[in-house]
Ligand binder design. Structure first.
Ligand SMILES: [Zn+2]
Length: 248
């Protein structure tokens, strides 16, 4: 097909004009677009499930991260008859792979001060391999989570990485706990990590948010970490886009 003829009849390019999703993909491929070599026409639920397991095995070796696959009804007419709920077509369904998990030990907690004054605890870990990368830190989300998990120095943690987000701590294996006091890691005599009451950046007394989920540094005007955080945010690509300015 010549390029000049391609767009004469734009209706030709509406998805509904293609009988099947497979034909759509073949059409795109013929135009030179990259299509995924793992796209496959499959009949039967068992075969779909088996193929999903096969892709799950192969995903470690892909050079891009995936967290699942999408099953689509190939017959476009049937698919459009099924309609759409919200933004989700009834003829499509996602199969999500289980997130990759690993265990490692915690050797410290860094309390980071964000640009809004919110304090975010980050677990410092013994390096471990997870989903193809070396992980040394994982998010503990907020003050309340640290308080509830009663984390101790050397605790064995289950960490998880879903998609390409920062790993998170999902569980603490309490039976493996060995009470070890560690002065450098800022623990009490039982080895439990202390929760700071002063801002690690400006030493102002921290306050709890109304929900008691987060700790907050109220020193909006002169807390260095907050000022740097705001400057860094302001100069970021989506705002002022100042190239070459970073936190260091
Ligand atoms: Zn502060």
């Amino acid at each position: 097909m010549k390029k000049s003829n391609l767009f004469q009849n734009k209706n030709e390019f509406q998805g509904s004009n293609f009988k099947s999703h497979k034909v759509e993909l073949e059409f795109l491929q013929n135009l030179g677009f990259a299509t995924n070599p793992f796209n496959k026409e499959i009949t039967g639920l068992d075969n779909i499930w088996n193929y999903a397991q096969e892709i799950n095995q192969k995903r470690e070796n892909l050079n891009y991260p995936i967290d699942g696959l999408v099953v689509k009804i190939d017959d476009n007419i049937l698919s459009s008859k099924l309609g759409v709920v919200g933004k989700t077509p009834r003829g499509w369904c996602a199969i999500k792979f289980a997130a990759k998990e690993s265990t490692t030990k915690i050797c410290g907690i860094t309390w980071q001060v964000g640009r809004t004054g919110k304090i975010t605890p980050v677990a410092e870990l013994e390096a471990t391999e997870l989903a193809g990368t070396t992980v040394q830190r994982a998010s503990l989300h907020n003050y309340n989570e640290v308080k509830e998990k009663k984390l101790h120095y050397g605790d064995t943690l289950v960490i998880r990485k879903a998609g390409d987000i920062i790993p998170e701590v999902v569980d603490v294996l309490i039976k493996l706990r060995v009470h070890k006091h560690n002065k450098n890691a800022n623990t009490d005599s039982s080895g439990k990590f202390k929760i700071p009451n002063k801002c690690p950046s400006c030493a102002t007394q921290l306050i709890k948010t109304q929900t008691k989920i987060d700790l907050l540094c109220p020193n909006i005007d002169t807390c260095p970490a907050q000022i740097i955080g705001r400057l860094s945010y302001f100069s970021s690509r989506n705002l002022a886009n100042i190239v070459g300015l970073s936190e260091k």
